[in-house]
Design a protein around this ligand. Structure first.
Ligand code: NDP
Ligand code: GDR
Length: 342
């Protein structure tokens, strides 16, 4: 039986990865932060099948201890302050977690369990300002947020430890992946939740920032398979994981509302742009500049050919199916809360 330690186990990806590893017969340990209100996040339904160890990415001792207890064959370092917008409000803690946190886990691995394999959660945010489209493993980096800059440190220090100490450490450069378990501050979940609430008559309007931002969106369930595959290879390498399709935020909104039978007509430009319900003439989407970012990543579009060729990875869930699943989920849970059934 193989053993894995997952940092960030309570997050979106941590929960899908836990399900995958349990299915494969792994013993799964997770790093768990102390909170004033005990909350298992996305692994509430799995808490009896896993072992949780208290720790924090900024606390080296706790990581060394977690490795000592779990003796993992594989470490998946998914823990991060993962919301880009917050990285301007909390630049120092974001850097401590997303950059130095990676150094901490690498040092813990090197000292306590040097034969463990490590997966580092790198991101397409490292590409940032457009240098090449589509973006691939060789595209130059130009991050555009404290989050992206900190993640780039994590990416390079992982590569450096691999080259310095001959350890098995690799990074997956994952493009945006979403799901029914996505945090509600991220644009996709904010949209699908609003579509359900507006349809059910408990929300008037959805306020968004940059509707022209383009993202390469996949489903998290597909993406955690790529993480596992990377650690099953003979030698550690970095891979882009993406769908190879890009869509504007506006398009995501149109499809999500269409799924609850609301046809949107877009009128106006820039901060005056509005989304109108064609049937009722009511304004349901509005731009609010408070959601604009100090520096934006305009377009992300990944080229997953290396992962497809070398890992045999392929995404299964399409863009439309992703939106449908998220809207259906939000509609169901909100209807249940309202007691109107779904
Ligand atoms: P989530 O925000 O859903 O989960 C983040 C996890 O990190 C949570 O379990 C959180 O724990 C934990 N965490 C945060 N800070 C600390 C800390 N100081 N010490 C220990 N744990 C901490 O993120 P996702 O699941 O979406 O993403 C997983 C990883 O992949 C992240 O590193 C993210 O940056 C990266 N990534 C994500 C992409 C995406 O589109 N989802 C794309 C590319 C990369 P708690 O519950 O206690 O808050
Ligand atoms: P992102 O995800 O920054 O790409 O990072 P997010 O969903 O927050 O933003 C995507 C794009 O939508 C635009 N946008 C809005 N975003 C939010 N959150 N709220 C809004 O109201 C809104 N309106 C427009 C944003 O400006 C942006 O262009 C995610 C995270 O999971 C990171 O951890 C990960 O590394 C990257 O994806 C790849």
């Amino acid at each position: 039986m193989k053993t894995a330690l997952i940092t960030g186990i309570t997050g979106q990806d941590g929960s899908y990865l836990t399900e995958l590893l349990l299915e494969k017969g792994y013993k799964v340990y997770g790093l768990f932060r102390r909170k004033s209100k005990r909350d298992f996040g996305n692994v509430e339904h799995l808490k009896n099948e896993i072992e949780l160890i208290y720790g924090d990415m900024t606390d080296y001792i706790s990581l060394a201890n977690a490795l000592k207890i779990s003796k993992p064959d594989e470490i998946y370092n998914l823990a991060a302050q993962s919301f880009v917008a917050t990285s301007w409000q909390q630049p120092i803690s974001t850097t401590q977690i997303n950059a130095l946190g990676v150094m901490n886990i690498l040092e813990a691995l090197r000292i306590v369990k040097p034969d463990a394999k490590l997966y580092q959660a790198s991101t397409s945010e490292m590409f940032g300002f457009v240098r090449e489209i589509p973006q691939r493993e060789t595209t130059p980096f130009y991050p555009r947020s404290p989050y992206g800059v900190a993640k780039l440190y994590g990416h390079w220090i992982t590569k450096n430890y691999r080259e310095s100490y001959d350890i098995f450490a690799c990074s997956g450069i994952l493009f945006n992946h979403e799901s029914e378990r996505r945090g509600k501050e991220f644009v996709t979940r904010k949209i699908t939740e609003a579509a359900a609430k507006i349809k059910l008559g408990i929300q008037e309007k959805l306020e968004l920032g940059n509707l022209d931002a383009k993202r390469d969106w996949g489903h998290a369930k597909d993406y955690v398979k790529a993480m596992w595959l990377m650690l099953q290879q003979k030698s550690p390498e970095d891979y882009v994981v993406a769908t190879g399709e890009t869509h504007k935020v506006r398009e995501f909104v149109t499809i999500a509302f269409k799924h609850v039978d609301i046809d949107i007509e877009w009128i106006g430009k820039g901060i005056e742009e509005r989304g109108i319900d064609k049937k009722t003439g009511k304004e349901i989407v509005k731009v609010n500049p408070k959601y604009f970012r100090p520096a934006e990543v305009d377009i992300l579009l990944g080229d997953p050919s290396k992962a497809e060729k070398e890992l045999g990875w392929k995404r299964k869930i399409s863009f439309e199916e992703l939106i449908k699943r998220m809207v259906d989920w939000d509609y169901k849970i909100i209807s249940n809360e309202l007691g109107v059934g779904a």
